[in-house]
Design a binder for this molecule. Sequence first.
Ligand code: ATP
Ligand code: MG
Length: 131
Amino acid sequence: MIKPDAVENGHIGGILDKITSAGFKIVAMKYTQLSRRDAQAFYAIHKERPFFGELVEFMTRGPIVSAILEKDNAVEDFRALIGATNPADAAEGTIRKLFATSIAENAVHGSDSDENAAIESAFHFAGREIF
Ligand code: ATP
Ligand code: MG
């Protein structure tokens, strides 16, 4: 996902350019907005964390871009491309270093395993929307 902060700040094009330039193929993509229920379900793993309420508010406050990306070693390579959760710790040239503003508003989401990537793909897309 390209998160609401990055959409608000006009970074959709810049982020997609970094992603496709790094060799990822876009196999599904949409411009949409999460409901509270969507965001609570998507980030359910964090529901006991102190920042959960803030995370749901943030992720629902405006539109996002969701996409499924394909590449060899995609999960690991995408997390390297986006950089650390906190942009202050993110390496130079990473998407979060370039486009994020804080640990909460960090521009992009990436799946953390192939298993979760499959679950998250099914959350966002019907089979007929995946190419
Ligand atoms: P994501 O799952 O969105 O790709 P991540 O895997 O790098 O990010 P997680 O630990 O899964 O990081 O946290 C999920 C999201 O919750 C973060 O991307 C950020 O938006 C928010 N978040 C994480 N830690 C904090 C915090 N300490 N304060 C506020 N928000 C936070
Ligand atoms: Mg995560």
